[in-house]
Ligand binder design. Sequence first.
Ligand code: NAP
Length: 321
Amino acid sequence: MKEKVLVTRALPQEALLPLYEECEVEINPADCPLSQQDLITALRGKKGLLCTVSDDINAEVIAKAPHLQVISNYGVGYNNINIEEASSRGIVVTNTPDVLTETTADLTWALLLTIARRLHEGERLLRAGKWKGWSPLFLLGQEVTGARLGIIGFGRIGRAVARRAHAFQMNVSVYTRTPLTAEIEEEYGVESVSLDALLQTSDFITLHAPLTEETFHMIGRKQLQQMRSTSYLINTSRGPLLDEEALAISLQRGEIAGAALDVYEDEPNVTKSLLQLENVVLAPHLGSATRTARERMAQLAVANLRTVLRGERPRYPVNDV
Ligand code: NAP
């Protein structure tokens, strides 16, 4: 008999085909997350769950799915899953790193360049019919080439961002949890600094740490006040690393020059005051949103799920069960 699995969102179809061969698949056909109750109901009798960042796989959901053997997350960040609860019940949790690294680094650069060069403001103005033609003092932005980039969290995506920075002849400072070896510093042409030094000296600061208890609001009022009034903040990691209310205050007061965000504390809601500000670029969580990356993520999530259901060790486990 085929194992029953739940896929919480419609994913690239081709990648799901191998799953249909081995499993009885139920897919949420709606283009929105299931409510907690619907998720619990849909998980009845399921051995596998393929879920996304927008699904809250909390302790109650896990506890009410006694047959579950694997939670395969479609994404690299797995803060949406209660790992402790899953581990205590012997459920393997997996994720999809690597295949979205370059894509997310590209989006980080798209945001950095947009906020630095005020493309978002220019586009809005032009569409509103307010552009009067070329002018020497019109929409002057910030030079990116040769500036200092501060990277917080130096894993796969942080490193991919650093590689791109060298094409812009930037100086790159890094603050990350595990100290970097001299070899890694040399390989990526970066310098390890304290968080305080990074905040005080960088022209652009970009966040690439995962969301954990430790990183929640790691950039709040105090850290924003350490930044320069000419500096920019970019966040393509997870919204709660940054205190959005504190960011809005800093932007309103001109304490920092601007911010570019892809992720938010309470998606899809965005702190209202940010929506009124010109010096912020707001992207709707597009980090990994290319066809190629999403297809590869789906293939990997399917492979992880099938491997665990076959009783084998998956390629990308995030817990040790
Ligand atoms: P990764 O390879 O695990 O890198 C994360 C880095 O952050 C590691 O170097 C880690 O250090 C460091 N770190 C952990 N805790 C820290 C702390 N308290 N302070 C400073 N640094 C800390 O992950 P990745 O593949 O680069 O992905 C990073 C995050 O990006 C994901 O967790 C996900 O939330 C987010 N993401 C967002 C999108 C999007 O659509 N916007 C797409 C992909 C990923 P250690 O070496 O000590 O662990």
